[in-house]
Design a binder for this molecule. Sequence first.
Ligand SMILES: Cc1cc2nc3c(=O)[nH]c(=O)nc-3n(C[C@H](O)[C@H](O)[C@H](O)COP(=O)(O)OP(=O)(O)OC[C@H]3O[C@@H](n4cnc5c(N)ncnc54)[C@H](O)[C@@H]3O)c2cc1C
Length: 436
Amino acid sequence: MEHTNNVKLDLAGIGVGPFNLSVAALLADKPQISSRFFESRDSFAWHPGLLLDNTHMQTMFLKDLVTAVNPQSRYSFLNYLVQNKKFYRFLSAELQCISRPEFSDYLAWAAHQLENVQFSTKVEHVEYNGENFTLHTSQGSYQADNLCIGTGKVPAIPDCAKAHISERVFHAAEIGLRERDFTGKRVMIIGGGQSGADIFINALQHKWGKPQSLDWLSRRSNYQPLDEAAFTNEFFTPDYVDAFVNLSPEVKQQEVTNQKLTSDGITQKALLTIYQELYHRFDVLKEDKWVRLLPHRTLTQMSSLGNSFQLTASNALGQSMETHQADIVILATGFEAPYPACLDSILPLFDLDQHNRYQMTPDFEIQWQGQQRNKIFAVNAGMHTHGIAEPQLSLMAWRSARIINSLVGQAVFDTESGQGMIDWLSPSALVEQLVA
Ligand SMILES: Cc1cc2nc3c(=O)[nH]c(=O)nc-3n(C[C@H](O)[C@H](O)[C@H](O)COP(=O)(O)OP(=O)(O)OC[C@H]3O[C@@H](n4cnc5c(N)ncnc54)[C@H](O)[C@@H]3O)c2cc1C
């Protein structure tokens, strides 16, 4: 029988990735708000299958759990450096961007100190009785007045690959979770984003043994860089998000589409590492060519061929179909966000939009039937409502502060960030929008 806890929470968090962890860390200084964040894993892990060698952050370390709104918090990255006695060496290392293993270590350091984070607790089912929520978990049930959904995303697998998922065909997110041996195998990576690049670098450097061949297939027209220019970074500011939330759904969609590479390109550092490694192997050491770069191709079909696989791809440049063969296929094909299964019974109460997506207020609150009494916040669930910063770390502390302010109904955190560099919407445009 399920154990019922007598705890009544102001806020229950579902999932503890970086985003809900940020909310939890900011709430640690607000003991008047009772909160607990439930995580199914036994300990903190940040995309553990992708914590490979040579993987670096796409964002600066000051974009941590708390600093943007509470630099005095003990859960800042700077405090992590000081407490772990590496502050001076960190400075001397002059790291332009830190490694993902280090940021992951920082997140775990914070998570394991926080008393409002509870591991080994999977939220299985959430019910609403008109007054509050009951969370049925693997460790008993809990009651809460408000929720914050932070369950993250799950691997997206192309339809044609689904029937082949196995030890030899797997999503990028799985690669580091078990021993791999690519020695003498034909390896193909599908997907030209950052994860594809990270895996390509490691395979090129024989992390999993020396493959017979290594192909990197991408739908994009080339191996395209993340746009990290100064003005592009303005998209990752509160100012831009505040302008974005007031746009029409059509304009929002257009903005997100136009900004694809701003969030999904490959870092310059990774691109240069790859280019230099290829140059060294094939132009300096004169190794026989065992690597192929295949941009402009979309995987359309996959079939088994004995112990290997035949992959069909359309080549947008040549306007032709191609077939390739591989023994190992790694799908660096991104992530998707289905509704968390634990919300099944309350989902019918949500006001979804015409594309069945959450509709959200500027304060990251899902619009739903019980909203006047109980709030449901969601993080990493509203790129369509808040723009491309939403799945990113850049504004997580600011977003967490907005959520907490909305939860308590007053500005316990100052979320004003000063006037931005760019006038996204001039006052007259705002007036016209209101009139229309
Ligand atoms: C490899 C990789 C590198 C990235 N690097 C960067 C970067 O450098 N900079 C940047 O800005 N962004 C980066 N991102 C994007 C983004 O910051 C991360 O995806 C981030 O982890 C998202 O955080 P999250 O909290 O939404 O989800 P997640 O990190 O996915 O965490 C969700 C958590 O919820 C738990 N959970 C799910 N369901 C339940 C349940 N029912 N009950 C209890 N627990 C549950 C899961 O176990 C998981 O721990 C990266 C993404 C990836 C995949």
